[in-house]
Design a protein around this ligand. Structure first.
Ligand SMILES: *[C@@H]1O[C@H](CO)[C@@H](O)[C@H](O)[C@H]1NC(C)=O
Length: 311
């Protein structure tokens, strides 16, 4: 009998010990990665217009240990652009989650891509799919290819305009304010795409290459219908069309008004403040949003303090 008792205690301590050694999460202390559980997986990954990269791992696996510093770098670079998260499949509470995603080896990287929403339709007529599409990443386990892949799976809600006067048509059609990036580059930056995601349904989002300010013409309805906005465009056209800088402007056609972002580059918290100030509303996601508070709370393990139902 005594032997059995000793044996049981031993087993108990061995299990405790192995939990400590094996079940430690990789990224609990990382400010950019979110360790997920069945409790928050759905809210963090599916209830968003953001794309996510999720690493399914087991702390004891050698390739996972190799990938860890890479993922930390990936998460830092993608901060605010693509969500980066992880699931420790070694934890008993996570086993089912890993099984549901048919995880067979560690590490497995999956990218979750949101459905595209047709923003031209009124809210009531939009078909909103509940879940994101999951896709296993099969490329090299290095920083650059993982980032490229994740960014390529972002949804784009920024429209490119090659004729400034087209703005008139847009202002007439939509009741939303518009943000326009007069851009030095022709290429759309992931940061600007993410800003469009944060404000989806609040702003229409456009990019106009600087050079295209040449297309501004006065014998058009833009000048007649929105004289103030037209005057502003005229005033910036000359300098901006050859400029090496980008310029972010909010247009509020309803009041024929505009607001110019004063920052040098698109730093998200600053842009968010500017946009909030220009229309008196908070974004749906990203800096300054309730959703961001929730995500930050999950990251720091304090998610119980945020009322989930408000989101
Ligand atoms: C995505 O954005 C649209 C438009 O604002 C919004 O209606 C929808 O709820 C968002 N989707 C999720 C899952 O948050």
């Amino acid at each position: 009998m005594i032997k059995m008792w000793v044996f049981k205690v031993l087993i108990f301590f061995m299990i405790q010990c192995s939990n400590l050694v094996w079940a430690q999460n990789f990224y609990d202390e990382d400010p950019h990665l979110i360790e997920l559980t069945p409790k928050n997986f759905d809210k963090v990954i599916h209830r968003t217009n953001y794309t996510s990269v999720v690493e399914f791992y087991a702390p004891w696996c050698g390739y996972c240990k190799q990938l860890k510093p890479v993922m930390k770098k990936v998460a830092k670079k993608l901060d605010g652009i693509v969500q980066v998260a992880s699931v420790n499949c070694d934890l008993p509470k996570n086993k089912q989650l890993c099984a549901e995603h048919r995880i067979q080896g560690f590490p497995t990287l999956m990218v979750f891509r949101p459905p595209k929403i047709d923003m031209s339709k009124p809210h009531s007529q939009r078909v909103e799919l509940r879940n994101h599409a999951g896709e296993v990443y099969k490329g090299e386990r290095k920083m650059a290819p993982i980032i490229d892949f994740a960014v390529s799976r972002m949804k784009n809600y920024v429209k490119r305009l090659l004729n400034v006067n087209k703005l008139e048509e847009i202002f007439k059609k939509s009741t939303r304010p518009s943000m326009v990036l007069f851009s030095k580059k022709d290429k759309l930056s992931p940061v600007y795409k993410s800003i469009a995601l944060d404000w989806l349904g609040v702003f229409n989002c456009f990019i106009i290459p600087n050079g295209k300010l040449d297309s501004l013409s006065s014998d058009d309805n833009l000048a007649k219908s929105y004289p103030n906005i037209y005057g502003f465009l005229q005033s910036i056209a000359h300098d901006q069309k050859n400029s090496e800088k980008s310029l972010l402007v909010v247009f509020d056609p309803h009041n024929d008004q505009y607001h110019v972002f004063q920052g040098d580059s698109l730093v998200k918290p600053q842009v968010s403040k500017f946009l909030t100030g220009s229309i008196g509303r908070n974004p749906q996601e990203g800096p300054g949003s309730k959703r961001q508070q929730f995500v930050d709370a999950v990251k720091s393990g304090k998610n119980k303090r945020v009322n989930h139902d408000e989101l």
